[in-house]
Design a protein around this ligand. Structure first.
Ligand code: IPE
Ligand code: IPE
Ligand code: MG
Length: 249
């Protein structure tokens, strides 16, 4: 199967997840927030495997937002250490499973060591085609739009693009997820019903699934429930039900 192979009908080709609730999970156990983040990694590992088995072609996980820099220094430092640790430990297994890794976010805000691990992981897994795993680190939907506009503006200044040629397709090609389809399904754990500056452009027509379950408790069974929910949606993209039935006939 190649990356371009479509998912089975009713399976989201691209699943995006806001992994929220690690801190509360730890607090409920009287433990430091960092322990919740560690437990969150375990959950992420299981969900990557479950998504792969379910036939998801692209999985995007929101790991650290532009706004998460505002957290206490100790928590930010612990998260950064955890990312570096996970990259060193997990890339081999992901690679062996045919998973391509890709990172989106403001890399220049991350440490040089972490950036090097990220670049190495991307290079090593670049040829894999079973599933693309996108990790959003230091990512914000507004940052994404700004970086896209900046790159387009540079091309305009260089005379490569005429402003009259700027359209949705052009901006699509400059977004952080360039080359990948927009998410079909967004899952947010942890009970909040908000986007928190995740993929603002890309979520325009995603189905939304919210659960109270805190991320470390989000199991493959619960993922199956989210996928069931998705399978029962009628995606009309602005059309009417009758029109969709006419096309299906
Ligand atoms: C999500 O869990 C992980 C990150 C944002 C890094 P939180 O850390 O936001 O957990 P809660 O929402 O405080 O429980
Ligand atoms: C969203 O969670 C970001 C990630 C899961 C990485 P937050 O916990 O940061 O979201 P808010 O601040 O409650 O909206
Ligand atoms: Mg949170």
């Amino acid at each position: 199967m190649t990356v371009n192979a479509p998912s089975a009908p009713g399976v989201p080709g691209h699943l995006a997840i806001i992994m929220d609730g690690n801190g509360r999970w730890a607090a409920r156990r009287g433990r430091p927030r960092q322990l919740g983040h560690r437990a969150g990694i375990k959950a992420a590992r299981a969900i990557v495997e479950a998504a792969l088995n379910a036939g998801v072609r692209t999985l995007t996980l929101f790991a650290f937002s532009s706004e998460n820099w505002k957290r206490p220094r100790t928590e930010v430092d612990a998260l950064m250490r955890l990312f570096a640790e996970v990259l060193q430990r997990e890339v081999k297994v992901l690679h062996e499973n045919g998973i391509q890794l890709r990172f989106i976010g403001a890399r220049e805000t991350l440490s040089p060591v972490l950036r090097r691990h990220m670049a190495e992981a991307e290079l090593r897994t670049a040829g894999n085609q079973r599933m693309t795993l996108v990790l959003a680190v230091a990512y914000g939907g507004r940052w994404d739009m700004v970086q896209a506009v900046r790159r387009v503006a540079q091309k305009v200044r260089a005379g490569e693009i005429d402003p009259a040629d700027i359209d949705e397709q052009l901006l699509e090609r400059h977004r952080a997820l360039a080359g990948l389809p927009s998410p079909d399904l967004l899952v947010r754990t942890g009970g909040e019903h908000r986007i928190s500056n995740f993929l603002l452009w890309d979520l325009a027509y995603s189905e939304l699934y919210f659960t109270e379950t805190l991320w470390p408790d989000f199991s493959p069974d619960e993922l199956a429930r989210a996928l069931d929910f998705f399978a029962n949606r009628e995606r009309r993209f602005g059309r009417t039900s009758d029109q969709l039935e006419a096309v299906a006939d």
